[in-house]
Design a protein. Structure first.
Length: 192
């Protein structure tokens, strides 16, 4: 009942929570009144409990629709985990990243990409970003005099190329490194 009302009559979640807390207070207070008064107030207490249950379902519907909206934003997105920072350039920065794509309920590892970010964002090893920009497969250059970027990339285990502009970067997820990986990374930075 509450989810049906939530679907057809959208009310601000703050108002629903206030009503919900008020009803919970009435139910709690009704447990402290004496028996004779409680019997006289049974219809009102029952009505309060029913409305309390409906508002609970209504709030549940609101929270589920909020999370459903966030999941829809993730669908069709690509998760990129920075594996190795590369050189900084004038326009942005180059990194090597692992590609994870959403498949039903989990992210599946797809391969490595040469990631070029056109904004001044400092990312380190282990940083994870969510983007709507899909990686493109690196194609072989047929010019015999040019640098063979395809062979160079394949030799390094990189099969994709991704360029991210600021508006394409959907969400910076944070840094995900284990304790051992963090220790090795700090030692490596101190040595270099």
């Amino acid at each position: 009942m509450g989810s049906i009302l939530g679907k057809h009559f959208p009310i601000d979640a703050q108002i629903l929570i206030c009503v919900h807390v008020g009803l919970a207070t009435l139910i709690l207070v009704s447990s402290f009144i004496n028996i004779s008064t409680k019997w006289k107030l049974v219809p009102y207490i029952s009505f309060t409990i029913i409305i309390y249950i409906i508002t609970t379902a209504w709030i549940n519907y609101h929270s589920n629709s909020f999370f459903r909206q966030k999941i829809v934003e993730i669908q069709g997105s690509t998760l990129l985990k920075i594996e190795e920072p590369r050189k900084e350039s004038i326009d942005g920065a180059r990194y090597i990243a692992t590609i994870y794509e959403k498949d039903k309920s989990e992210f599946i590892k797809r391969g490595k990409t040469d990631l070029f970010i056109k904004t001044k964002i400092l990312l380190e090893k282990g940083d994870v970003i969510l983007t709507r920009q899909h990686p493109s497969i690196i194609k072989k250059n047929h010019n015999p005099g040019a640098f063979d970027y395809y062979s160079f990339s394949v030799m390094n285990g990189i099969f994709y190329s991704t360029t991210i502009f600021h508006e394409d970067m959907h969400l910076y997820m944070g840094r995900f490194r284990g304790m051992l990986e963090e220790l090795v990374f700090q030692i490596r930075n101190n040595i270099l």
